[in-house]
Design a protein around this ligand. Structure first.
Ligand code: PHE
Length: 367
């Protein structure tokens, strides 16, 4: 059985009182955009699976519907993520209860699959992080992760495994970009791999960070009950950033659009350029308040997102100042819909609601 004790209780039971998952985020767990035929994220997922299968025929198992709720052991402990690592904080991660989170990365499934005896696999799914709001950040996004374990004969030579990792990923990048891209490797740092690398590709004159990878640390392999003589590589890549570049998609909210003018532009198996159907006007409103003990930026962003939904394009801290031990923040909220023109009244109403809720829930003092 592949699921841990944290089998999806997402749809079946009530949210524990200590949870920091808002209903708007819980709703997103049903969408599974990477499974929608002809959706850009599905197109990329399929192309990646196909490339890996072609490079290593009949070796990999593919998963795209593993449960989003995982234990903190799966997500952090087994992967050697230190106790004080930022990703474990309540302000950065969605906790179901003290021991279960909405996965923050697909790597969370690695040790469970290794314990189940899998030695090569590729996983696609939605991951969750509390974060700021702008054109390329959304609290839900999608990742592809993979692991390949080598037996004792190959494992005696780490350089060989690193060479296999890098050539696999270079071929994958070439397949996706459909050309001989300029690629460079830079050193990376992840709690679960050593050595670690990041692959960057040269795109329109600037280097784009595409993925993280490395050799799985012995401690992770132990947690996965992989025998002492075996070693292996792992990689993880974010689909949205890649899709925005390959399909020319200018805003990360578009992936969630139900508008046919977006969805009908794409076909499975093809990477084509998005033709913007129009850009609706934006407007902004500022909000200023004295902070409270309870205030945290990510909680504020999330509150804005949960009230304004996808009509909010960006939230930026415009100004901060201190007086008598108190701190004041001024934020600019930029509103723009992807699908239609917003009316003034409707934006005013959203802004009023945000003011009300921020004061009530985060106990700030409005100015
Ligand atoms: N899990 C990492 C992330 O979310 C990516 C990664 C996966 C890096 C596997 C190394 C190995 O950024």
């Amino acid at each position: 059985c592949l699921s841990s004790e944290a089998v999806v209780r997402l749809n079946t039971s009530e949210l524990p009182a200590t949870s920091n998952i808002p209903p708007s985020i819980l709703e997103k767990t049903k969408e599974k955009l990477h499974l929608l035929p002809n959706h850009p994220l599905h197109i990329l997922k399929t192309l990646i699976e196909k490339s890996i299968e072609e490079m290593h025929p009949r070796e990999f198992s593919f998963y795209d519907d593993l449960p989003q709720l995982v234990s903190t052991k799966d997500c952090f402990d087994d992967l050697l993520v230190e106790l004080n690592h930022p990703s474990r904080r309540y302000t950065d991660t969605y906790y179901w209860d003290e021991k279960h989170v909405l996965r923050t990365h697909m790597t969370a499934h690695d040790t469970t699959l290794l314990r189940a005896g899998k030695r090569a696999f590729l996983l696609t799914g939605d991951v969750y992080r509390r974060d700021s709001i702008d054109k390329s950040h959304y609290p839900v996004f999608h990742q592809v992760d993979a692991v390949r374990i080598f037996d004792r004969n190959t494992s005696q030579n780490e350089d060989k495994i690193i060479a296999d990792l890098k050539s696999t990923l270079e071929k994958l990048a070439k397949n996706l970009f459909q050309s001989d891209m300029e690629i460079r490797w830079v050193d990376g740092e992840f709690p679960f791999t050593y050595p670690s690398f990041e692959m960057e590709v040269l795109w329109n004159g600037s280097w784009l960070e595409l993925l993280g990878c490395g050799l799985l640390k012995r401690g992770v392999l132990d947690a996965g009950q992989v025998d002492k003589d075996s070693k292996g590589w792992a990689f993880g890549l974010g689909l949205e950033r890649l899709a925005m570049v390959l399909f020319d998609i200018p805003d990360i909210r578009l992936f969630w659009s139900k508008d046919e003018r977006f969805l009908r532009q794409f076909r499975d198996g093809e990477i084509t350029k998005f033709k913007p159907y129009s850009k609706y006007p934006s407007c902004y409103k500022d909000i200023t308040f004295w902070l409270s003990e309870k205030f945290h930026e990510n909680a504020f962003y999330e509150l804005v997102r949960s009230i304004a939904g996808d009509t909010v394009e960006q939230v930026t801290l415009l100004d901060e100042f201190h007086r008598n031990n108190k701190t004041s923040h001024c934020y600019r909220i930029v509103y723009r819909s992807m699908d239609r023109s917003l009316t003034n009244d409707e934006v005013d109403e959203i802004q009023d609601k945000i003011r009300e809720e921020v004061a009530r829930r985060l106990q700030v003092t409005l100015r």
